[in-house]
Design a protein around this ligand. Structure first.
Ligand code: AR6
Length: 174
């Protein structure tokens, strides 16, 4: 029987994770921002932004669409690649869950293309983009569990910034 990647949970700062891929909760501009995005560019150094600018000058002239993912170097981070994905802004009037699921699915697809074995994810959209943590955790875990197999990815690690986020993810991933 083929099984998908194992799911692990860590409380901490994603920029300190040793993994093949660190996923960034970016915005469409790919040119940086606050939250995880700010931390990744700060600690990863200017090489990441330089590659993002090249992507904007080539394939992604209008920016990276919501729900899609693209890889760059990880610069000085303890990882090989950063996979940038753009989560949806939460809306009360429109169900954007499929776009959030797409972020996890597309990031895993890119990681698989790179041959990555370990992938660290933040809780995409649950900060500045306002997605309720409980629903964001449910979508994250369900999407990873239903990822197509076989894949090179053996471990998906959710890196949760605080205790509360960790406990909410543990309810779904436990
Ligand atoms: N490590 C792990 N998790 C973190 C870290 C960190 N260093 N920092 C924050 N979190 P957010 P979004 C958690 O706002 O909601 C940026 O400006 C945080 O507590 O980083 O997808 C981008 O450029 C929350 O649970 O991303 C976009 O404009 C989760 O990571 C916008 O924010 C995601 O919070 C994207 O918003």
């Amino acid at each position: 029987m083929s099984t998908g990647p194992s799911i692990t949970l860590v409380q901490g700062d994603i920029t300190e994770q040793q993994a093949d891929v660190i996923v960034n909760a970016a915005n469409s501009s790919l040119l940086g921002g606050g939250g995880v995005d700010g931390a990744i560019h700060r600690r990863g150094g200017p090489e990441i932004l330089a590659e993002c600018r090249k992507l904007r000058a080539s394939h992604y002239g209008k920016g990276l669409p919501t729900g899609q993912a693209v890889a760059t170097t990880a610069g000085r981070l303890p990882a090989q690649w950063v996979v940038h994905t753009v989560g949806p802004v939460h809306s009360r009037s429109e169900d954007r869950s499929e776009l959030l699921a797409s972020c996890y699915r597309e990031s895993l697809r890119v990681a698989d293309e790179l041959g990555a074995r370990t992938v660290a994810f933040p809780a995409i959209s649950t900060g500045i983009y306002g997605w309720p943590l409980d629903d964001g955790a449910r979508i994250a875990v369900e999407t990873v569990r239903t990822t197509p197999t076989p894949t090179s990815v053996q471990e998906v690690r959710f890196v949760l910034f605080d205790r509360q986020a960790y406990e909410v993810f543990a309810r779904y991933a436990g």
